[in-house]
Design a protein around this ligand. Structure first.
Ligand code: BGC
Length: 750
């Protein structure tokens, strides 16, 4: 007691002397939310809890039947009450069939929130989620930027962040606080129909782009009504199936899984991603939705993720319907929830909460698991400020701002890769007479790809008003009189190749718009990687005219073009540049911009030779060697760049010494341009066969003609570690090689 009195006396004296008072401990916002969640949870009954864990698609509460909702869309008030009030459904997703106007979205969500907060006893607001993956692609008039594969080609994480901020604003303006993006699956199999939804094949690049996207979506405070919760997807091992087809079996050894598939997700967890969506596939014979080792041990314990884990579409059903690991739906729910799923994207029936309630009552799912899941869901709802404002209070006056179209246009320009430019066929003269031909010239669909206005992105009646496709943009650039358009072929079939040849004879140059139409998921599986035969025939027939030919490839994955590549003087790999892609492509063709995009994937030469850039030495053995059509990182400019003077700050390093790499980059041509400087490192000897090289740093710089810049990159030795014999991150001493451009320098790690 005396000691306490003495201490109090001492503090009082100190206060008098220096005016200091001990600050009362203010609970942090997180602590306050934790307290509120705990209090709310204590008041909830089991039905409230299992309802919170249920997510239905909008069809379920709409007039009509699931997958068959009539136009114009209307909510069904009886179904709405059944779902929200009777079954206490905590989350709703997506649109029914196609995009809606901003007004309709606001009306839908205001109604949903009114019923949830006033008619449901708990008053808990609904968490609405949507696939806003390249802009708010389900709200009419929203700005659409390049798909992730195109963003990766910009090598510009800051741009990705700005675009995600734009999406967050427009998503919240649609009253939706949660987007199912980014895709953090690593795009290492070019056959996969969702390759374009990824940031490409490289782990380092995809991690930087992914964390930037997450930061752009979430900002510093989710209560800010211009931010949304992000959803990393699809955890884990979705992108590399045995046969390259969507949602088919994957066999990925733990070593590869941890080294190539986990890091993009880890980077996003560290960047503060709030939610995660689980992979629909099965890996090593176990459906991921039933895999506790992945969903709990790896995700929660090793990776430290604390947010909400939502299933993918109907995937709990599929545990018994497709995968055959559960005997019925109830058994499947038991497995998935016990494995670590917090919310079920059910999505077209409301059996989930009923069966889950029974499972808890029968003691087959512990109450602690339910409380854990509901805690995560409620925490997010509090963090988003949904309890105070179930619909936003702010006015979204920036909707439709011109700066956003410009941002998307700049992104589209930066996302284009000039892969070939023989004899400087590009840029074209604006006085040229141009034949525009090919299946992808006269539509916005192949510029945008899937998840655009509807799921498959294929509804011609719903394209964004006022945006120009490639043909229209070229016509606007050089005048309709100078442009002749003949379709030539559809994607797979000849239309009028002869007419195209005839028109070519009267033209100075041919712009061939080739590639793919839109698709996503299973409908995008294809029997061959080759560019369809009809398109090949179009190229070959036109080549006979002897006119210069430039191909623009709009495609979600690299379709093989080795059989026609020699006929082409120029090749632009446009990937999926979005609604502004037409103008961006025309700008590139006519020299209004200087291309700077770089391939975020290896462009294969043949279907049997799909090798990523960071392959193993043995991948080059044999007559095929490593000879892709275009390498990862490839991309030409209208100027030339040279990197020189590569050096390190030491010859040897200990494991905590930063490795400083410096190099000079110079614009040696006659026009300004942007260059991406890439730093690769090779581990010369390692206990697990080392890849031939890995990208470890990059920077994008703008240089005026003749200008040069000195760049310094810092790499930590820990970044050179790999998953070793014990399946743990391992750093081994020995010799390494740093490569930039044509130069190499060695160092030793001691
Ligand atoms: C896709 C997800 C998507 C979800 C909701 C699924 O089929 O795999 O990427 O977020 O549907 O639309």
């Amino acid at each position: 007691m005396r000691r306490i009195l003495f201490l109090l006396g001492f503090l009082a004296a100190l206060t008098l002397l220096v005016g200091w008072t001990p600050e009362p401990a203010i609970p942090s916002e997180d602590q306050e939310i934790a307290k509120k969640v705990k209090e709310l949870l204590a008041k909830m009954d089991l039905m409230d809890k299992v309802g919170e864990m249920t997510q239905v698609t909008l069809d379920v509460i709409s007039v009509g039947e699931p997958y068959n909702v009539p136009d114009p869309h209307r909510l069904d008030s009886a179904k709405l009450r059944e779902a929200l009030v009777k079954y206490r459904v905590g989350s709703v997703l997506n649109c029914s069939g196609h995009e809606y106007s901003l007004e309709h979205w606001r009306e839908i969500i205001t109604t949903i929130q009114r019923i949830a907060t006033t008619e449901k006893e708990s008053g808990i607001p609904v968490l609405y989620g949507i696939d806003a993956i390249h802009g708010v692609n389900y709200t009419e008039g929203a700005n659409l930027h390049p798909q992730q594969i195109g963003l990766a080609a910009t090598f510009d994480p800051n741009l990705a962040k700005q675009l995600a901020q734009m999406t967050a604003y427009q998503c919240r303006a649609s009253y939706i606080p949660w987007t199912f993006a980014p895709v953090l699956d690593i795009g290492r199999d070019a056959r996969w129909p969702r390759l374009w939804e990824t940031f490409g094949e490289d782990v380092f690049l995809a991690s930087r782009m992914g964390e930037a996207f997450v930061q752009g979506f979430e900002g510093d405070d989710l209560k800010d009504e211009t931010q949304v919760a992000s959803c990393m997807k699809h955890f884990l091992g979705y992108s590399t199936t045995l046969r390259g087809k969507d949602r088919t079996q994957a066999w990925i050894p733990e070593r590869q899984l941890r080294e190539y598939f986990v890091p993009t997700f880890q980077a996003a967890v560290d960047a503060g991603a709030s939610t995660i969506m689980i992979c629909s596939g099965e890996m090593n014979g176990i459906p991921v939705h039933a895999n506790k080792a992945i969903l709990t041990d790896l995700l929660r314990k090793d990776m430290g993720f604390e947010g909400l884990a939502v299933s993918d579409w109907a995937d709990i059903h599929y545990l018994y319907q497709r995968h055959g690991v559960a005997k019925d739906y109830k058994d499947a729910i038991r497995m998935a929830v016990n494995a670590g799923i917090d919310m079920s994207m059910t999505p077209v029936d409301i059996e989930f909460p009923k069966l889950l309630k029974e499972l808890v009552e029968e003691g087959k799912v512990p109450m602690s698991r339910i409380d854990e899941a509901v805690t995560r869901i409620l925490t997010l709802k509090f963090r988003l400020g949904l309890f105070e404002n179930p619909t936003p209070k702010m006015e979204y006056t920036d909707w439709g701002a011109e700066e956003w179209s410009n941002l998307c246009l700049n992104a589209a320009r930066d996302a284009l890769v000039l892969a070939k430019n023989n004899d400087k066929v590009l840029p074209l003269k604006k006085t040229s007479r141009v034949l525009v031909t090919g299946p992808t010239a006269n539509s916005l669909i192949p510029l945008n790809g899937g998840w655009t206005h509807n799921w498959q992105g294929d509804d011609a009646s719903r394209q964004t008003k006022g945006k120009k496709n490639i043909l229209q943009a070229i016509q606007a650039e050089i005048g309709e009189g100078n442009v002749k358009y003949v379709q030539g072929t559809s994607i797979n079939d000849e239309v009028n190749i002869k007419a195209a040849v005839k028109a070519a004879k009267k033209s100075d140059v041919i712009v061939l718009c080739l590639g793919e139409m839109s698709y996503t998921e299973t409908p995008g599986d294809r029997p061959s990687m080759n560019l369809p035969l009809a398109q090949q025939r179009l190229v070959k027939a036109l080549a006979k005219t002897g006119k210069p030919m430039v191909a623009v490839m709009t495609e979600g994955r690299p379709r093989i073009i080795s059989m026609i590549e020699e006929e082409l003087d120029g090749i632009v790999i446009a990937l999926l540049p979005g609604d502004e892609g037409g103008i961006a492509i025309s700008d590139l063709l006519f020299g209004n911009i200087n291309p700077s995009g770089k391939l975020p994937i290896t462009y294969p030469r043949s279907s049997n030779d799909l090798i990523v850039y960071d392959h193993k030495g043995t991948d080059r053995v044999g007559p095929l060697g490593f000879s892709p059509q275009f390498e990862f990182g490839h991309g030409l400019s209208y100027t030339t760049f040279e990197t020189s003077g590569l050096k390190l700050n030491a010859k040897s390093y200990r494991k905590n010494d930063p490795i400083e790499v410096s190099v000079k980059v110079k614009n040696t041509g006659k026009v300004a341009g942007e260059e991406v400087v890439m730093v690769y490192v090779r581990d010369k000897v390692a206990s697990i066969t080392p890849p031939v090289k890995r990208l470890r740093a990059f920077d994008k710089v703008l240089l005026m003609a003749g200008e040069s810049k000195d760049l310094t990159f810092t790499i930590l030795p820990s970044e050179l570690s790999f998953i070793g014999v014990e399946n743990e991150w391992t750093l081994e001493e020995g010799m390494f090689e740093v490569m930039v451009g044509e130069e190499k320098v060695e160092f030793e790690l001691k």
